[in-house]
Design a binder for this molecule. Sequence first.
Ligand code: ATP
Length: 488
Amino acid sequence: PNQHLDVTSFISSQPHRGKTAFVDAVTGRRLGFSELWLGVERVASCLYALGVRKGNVVIIISPNSILFPIVSLSVMSLGAVITTANPINTPGEISNQIEDSRPVLAFTTRQLNRVASSGEGARAKISRVKQRVNQDDTAALLYSSGTTGKSKGVMLTHRNLIALVQAYRARFGLEQRTVCTIPMCHIFSFGGFATSLIALGWTIVVLPRFEMAQLLSAVEIHRPSHLSLVPPMLVAMVNGAEEINSKYDLSSLQTVVVGGAPLSREVTEKFVERYSNVRVLQGYGLTETAAIVASMFTKEETERYGSSGLLAPSVEGKIVDPDTGRVLGVGRTGELWLRSPTVMKGYFKNEEATASTIDLEGWLKTGDLCYIDCEGFVFVVDRLKELIKCNGYQVAPAELEALLLAHPEIADAAVIPIPDMKAGQYPMAYILRTAGSNLSESEIMGFVAKQVSPYKRIRKVTFLASIPKNPSGKILRRELVKLTTSKL
Ligand code: ATP
């Protein structure tokens, strides 16, 4: 596409007129594609009248809403930069983000409604001098989840987001129906529901936040063929399957895309056994790659349980030994490096972190320990930073969690390191038992010990009522480590 095309113009070039773009699952309000683009134009005019110009940052702090995409598309259409904050973040976290990104304007819930529905934007319509957007200008500044450290501002350009839309187009069909429950502030949802799927003409039923009963009712009422979920949502559907199947009609569902955190073969198997008409497609990506770079698509690909699918056609990947920098062959485990038109421009105001993450040839070091099999399927073993170092061996918590989740009386599990004078660290597990189970610590340790090498054995178990996770479905190990050290 031409060098000056902004992502909003690219998405609106296929207007899908006459179709419904968004439905508010709570109020039932519908937004047609024509209304959507009119809204984008109005809000853009309004922002321009308020003085927002190319390069300015605008922040949106809102739960999911049918107006969220209107705001982000209009900001990007001006060549300004949209940044998103999760409304469930603490005031301290949000003010850190504001201090870092320095927005000139903030959208939050009440304003969203006022601006996008009152016609105020139309009144403010003044002749707008369209500023030329370069494809390498930043369009969105999305913050990584902060799972392994402080969350970082990731600069995604118009080129990155256009490439993402093209990748979606290559993998997904046109004009399907789905429900959005993952927060739009996160790249997984932003890159899909707030941008790419609009280009594909999908009808998106929007839930403000994830709530299982609301999600299932929305599926029954709106009959989507597709859902995007993060692993804990899938785990909850597996655990509640009997009740869910007796209460809700989920027969419209054909595919569920799951990404954002590891999803084990065991959980996938349980899911397809309980919801036999549904295919589970895993997707893998990072904020730094504008989300999905590997995914499943065809029936054969879906059957590779435990894998994250194939790299998208425009993505190059290699497995590198993190200690020596040597490229490793098929089936060998090392750090996954990626090169793709969706790889970020860099971290915002952090050249040092950018230089240590993207090398001079454009390879992005993902920090994920992976292997790629002879047919090109990517398997994510764990995050390098989260490996447990026990007696000189490295133990992947995700591998042990997958084993634990295969136990019929374990509803959820998290494995973390616990310090030890002799071993350095050893793995311990936090466990949520299924309702009514009396499974004991020694039974759990025995169950794992039978299946793993001695150094991977779990040495301690603590029972919890829920495992702390972030919106992208990742276990908040730091919180569990804190909990453990406070008890030592
Ligand atoms: P931070 O970098 O601030 O610690 P984060 O890496 O959690 O935050 P995200 O960009 O939301 O922020 O997450 C990307 C990471 O999510 C990947 O590097 C990977 O570890 C994990 N991930 C995503 N999809 C999958 C998947 N299908 N399987 C396993 N892990 C996944």
